[in-house]
Design a protein around this ligand. Structure first.
Ligand code: PMP
Length: 285
């Protein structure tokens, strides 16, 4: 595999990042994941816009403009002959040459940029979307700026392990009685034909797939209510699903052992997955 590190395309075994990099020592960095379908980038503009916002919120200089980001993504997709999968991009505050809590002088320490691809055949034609996923609910004990897409992913990883230990696919995070989001996705329920999802705030990541889904839902004349919902409400819903760049729209059929609706993927989630895949293939760059 060919990866990108600070301006160079290298075989992965030759790629190097310093042990003093603040991404490694402090989780001081942000990332994006963009899906690739038919060799093209899905929702690309949204991902570069969110990257710019995450960097600005942390005071890290954006090393590239939108056109340059696109060129690097395309070059990496081409060099790896990637047709279906994803491009991972990470920007950290860089390597100050020492460990110190205070941020280094940005005039001296430049951000570290790493990109790599992961091939995932069957991303679009995913059997999990036909079966639906099972989730458990766990407390959301993450920090208060979940709108910044940082590489600080320890608790979401622990959440995945809790799900695995419970024999299910993922965990939904709960704060003050309300579901915030999944370990790596935005969550929705459907009741009486209305789609309910938590409004944007610092409490959740502003999903790029979420933004696209809400556009497509409006175009399809589906009613969306942006408000928090509880786990009990989700268990009593007709349908549940989640969205993310790598799972697209994924039906959820069980929460904490309780069947959602009929216990099979519902018509709204199934239709939205089809619309999302059709539209995002058309809009891919
Ligand atoms: N919430 C969290 C916590 C996530 O990690 C992700 C995916 N990285 C999402 C939501 C979904 O965002 P997107 O649709 O942009 O992938």
């Amino acid at each position: 595999r060919i990866v990108y590190v600070n301006g160079e395309y290298l075989p992965e075994a030759e790629a190097r990042v310093s042990v003093f990099d603040r991404g490694f020592l402090m989780a001081d960095g942000v990332y994006e994941v963009t899906s690739v379908l038919d060799g093209k980038l899905v929702d690309f503009a949204g991902h570069t816009q969110r990257l710019a916002r995450s960097l600005a919120e942390l005071g890290i200089e954006n090393p590239m403009g939108a056109e340059e980001w696109l060129a690097v993504h395309r070059e990496l997709v081409a060099r790896n002959a990637l047709t279906e999968g994803m491009v991972y991009l990470q920007v950290t505050r860089g390597n100050p040459g020492d460990r110190d809590f205070a941020f280094p002088d940005p005039a001296v320490t430049k951000p570290t940029v790493v990109l790599f691809t992961q091939s995932k055949p069957g991303l679009a034609d995913n059997p999990a979307a036909k079966a639906g996923m099972k989730v458990i609910s766990i407390p959301d004990i993450r920090w208060g700026r979940r709108d910044i897409k940082t590489v600080q992913l320890l608790y979401p990883s622990m959440g995945k392990m809790m799900a695995k230990a419970a024999g299910v696919d993922d965990a939904w995070l709960v704060e003050d009685g309300f579901v915030t989001e999944g370990t790596s996705n935005n969550v929705y329920i459907v009741k009486g034909g209305r789609i309910v999802t938590r409004p944007l705030s610092n409490d959740i990541l502003h999903g790029i797939t979420r933004a696209a889904l809400l556009r497509y839902a409006a175009e399809a004349q589906l009613t969306v209510e942006e408000r928090p919902f509880t786990v009990d409400e989700a268990k009593a819903a007709d349908e549940a699903f989640f969205t993310s760049a790598s799972a697209f729209v994924m039906p959820v059929v069980e929460i904490d052992g309780a069947k959602v609706g009929t216990g099979a993927p519902g018509p709204v989630a199934t239709r939205l997955r089809e619309i999302y895949l059709d539209e995002s293939r058309k809009a891919a760059v």
